[in-house]
Structure formats: structure tokens, C-alpha cells
Design a protein. Structure first.
Length: 312
């Protein structure tokens, strides 16, 4: 199984178009040791030719251009993207669907609450019915316990995708932003059936519930929410009144932060490879010379970058 990180930044990307924080200004001027990143998405394949796109970022066209493996060119009009799977209905994860409208009907795997949002509040599905159209394949989870309902995607032989309900947040535009529904946000346990090797992917993760703990301990690689370093990051910058928790993200720092969670896997699980993804442009870990980045390295935690490949 091969995973390519198409986009490793959170909503807005890095640098964000209107942002002059230390990171964004520094990467533009070359005074901060950091690399630009597009918005959150990965591609998963068993054979290197047929891929599941997990999240459709607004940067999808640039991501496809940067990733020759997604264009196998088997016929005059062709794509390596066999299906799209969504982790939530956030703008940074769904609006790329509009950019795929010239293709064949898109198989779309998402939960019922996400499908509802994409038919009502942000009606991409009805809009796309006038172009390629999407065919909904429901992803089911249960709210507590392991909640295992694995699916296989036709054309992607050898990989099993298990959606897990997560505690995070529906998008700001969703009618259930403040009334969480099971399935607003999911994570995926992605397994190579032949080798048994797996990755747990959760770009938006607000709390470590039992099913998340289970998946993290089962996985050979965890590719998880790296949005914010600290709980009050956006407030301290004066960019928002919302904390990381208000936005459904677990920050890295703190006694119960993501670093501590990832550390605990070594004691109880199989010491997986640990990678942070969906990094917000304000996060000091983007600066490769920052003390925060050094601390991650000390804990054996990597920071995803666009084009990163994970082979399992
Ligand atoms: C989030 O996950 O909180 C988003 O990146 C926010 C956004 O898309 O603006
Ligand atoms: Mn996001
Ligand atoms: Zn910024």
C-alpha cells in the first residue's frame, strides 16, 4: 500500500493568502526555514495506478499536476482517481470536488451527516449533478466502541477502509456545528489486506476516544491532526476568538496534548510511525529551526509535507 500526502496544510494553506503571521511572512520572504504547503488531502493505492482520493482539497488541480502517479494516461481522457472519500464536510476537504467535474461520475464515500451538508447547506452534490454527477456510497460508523464497518472500494483491490466516528466539529456553515452528529467527522483505519499493515488517518481530531485509541494502537503509522501547537494559538495571534477545542482540534502541547498521546503509544501499542498532518499556518512546527520542531523530533514525530510518501 502506498500513501501520497497531496496536501499537508489546514484550511487556508501555507502561506495563507491574507496572512502576515511570522510563518506566512517568513516563508514568503525566505527568512523562515519552512516549505509552502497546500490544503489537506491524501491519496491511497495498492497498485500505484488506481487511487482513492481522501478529501478533495480546493488545491486539487495543483496537487494532481504535482503527482504524476495520479495520471496513468491509459486513454484520451483518464484519471488515476477511482473514488473520493471524505472525512468531513469542511471547505478545505470538499470544494475540490467541483474541480473534478469534467470527469466520469464520481463514486463518493462519506457519512450521512456529511452527505446532508453537501446536499443542503453547501449543495455541491446537486450542483455536480449538472456535470459529472456523484454517486453516494454511505460510510457507517457507530458512536462508541470500536465501531468497525469496513468498506472496500471497487477498483482498489487489497485495501480495506474502516471509518471511525470522531469527536471534532462540523463546519461553521453546518446546521449541526454546535449540535454534533455521529459521523460529522471520521478517521480512517486503512489496511493493506495482504500484509496486514495499516495507517490511521485523522486530519481533524478533537479528543482521543476509545475507538481512536484502539485504531492508533492497531496502526503501523498514525497520520493525525497537527493543526495547532497550542490551545490558544489563534486567540494569541489575534486572528480568532476560538480555541483549538472550539474548532475540534487537539493541540500538540500540554499534558494531554497530541505529543503526550503519541508518546503513550510506545508503551501500549506497537510504536507506530508518527506523522502530523493538516498543519495550520500559525503553527510554529512549520519553522524547521523552531524549538517546537526540535521537540517533535525528540519525540520521534514527523511533520507531513506535500509529496511525502508512506509505503506500508
Ligand atoms: C478546520 O479543520 O478547522 C479547517 O481547516 C478550517 C477551515 O477550513 O477554514
Ligand atoms: Mn480543515
Ligand atoms: Zn499565517
Amino acid at each position: 500500500m502506498k500513501i501520497i500526502v497531496l496536501g499537508s496544510a489546514a484550511g487556508g494553506g501555507f502561506p495563507q493568502w491574507n496572512c502576515n503571521c511570522r510563518n506566512c511572512a517568513g516563508v514568503r520572504s525566505g527568512t523562515v526555514a519552512a516549505t509552502a504547503r497546500t490544503q489537506s488531502s491524501i491519496a491511497v493505492s495498492a497498485n500505484g495506478a488506481d487511487w482513492v482520493l481522501v478529501n478533495a482539497s480546493p488545491d486539487i488541480l495543483a496537487q494532481i499536476r504535482a503527482t504524476p502517479a495520479l495520471q496513468p494516461a491509459r486513454s484520451p481522457r483518464d484519471t488515476g482517481i477511482a473514488a473520493v472519500m471524505l472525512m468531513d464536510a469542511q471547505i478545505d476537504h470538499v470544494t475540490g470536488l467541483l474541480m473534478l467535474r469534467e470527469g466520469r461520475q464520481l463514486p463518493l464515500y462519506c457519512t450521512a451527516p456529511v452527505w446532508d451538508d453537501l446536499n443542503a447547506s453547501l449543495p455541491l452534490a446537486p450542483v455536480l449533478s449538472h456535470y459529472c454527477g456523484v454517486k453516494w456510497h454511505p460510510l457507517e460508523t457507530i458512536g462508541d466502541g470500536p465501531g468497525m464497518r469496513p468498506v472496500q472500494v471497487p477498483g482498489i483491490d487489497g485495501i480495506r477502509f474502516t471509518p471511525l466516528a470522531l469527536s471534532s466539529k462540523a463546519p461553521p456553515y453546518s446546521p449541526h456545528r454546535d449540535r454534533p452528529a455521529v459521523g460529522d467527522n471520521i478517521g480512517l483505519l486503512i489496511e493493506d489486506i495482504a500484509s496486514g499493515r495499516s495507517v490511521f488517518y485523522a486530519p481533524g481530531l478533537g479528543a482521543i476516544e476509545p475507538q481512536v485509541d484502539y485504531a492508533m494502537q492497531a496502526a503501523d503509522c498514525v497520520l493525525v491532526d497537527g493543526t495547532f501547537w497550542s490551545a490558544g494559538e489563534m486567540i494569541e495571534h489575534g486572528f480568532s476568538t476560538k480555541s483549538a477545542a472550539d474548532m475540534g482540534h487537539l493541540p500538540q502541547a500540554g499534558q494531554r496534548g497530541m505529543i503526550a498521546v503519541l508518546d503513550s503509544l510506545d508503551a501500549h501499542g506497537k510504536a507506530p510511525r508518527k506523522v502530523l498532518i493538516h498543519i495550520n499556518n500559525t503553527n510554529p512546527i512549520l519553522d524547521e529551526q523552531s524549538p517546537q520542531r526540535a521537540m517533535l523530533a525528540h519525540h520521534g514525530i514527523e511533520v507531513a509535507f506535500d509529496g511525502m510518501e508512506i509505503n506500508l
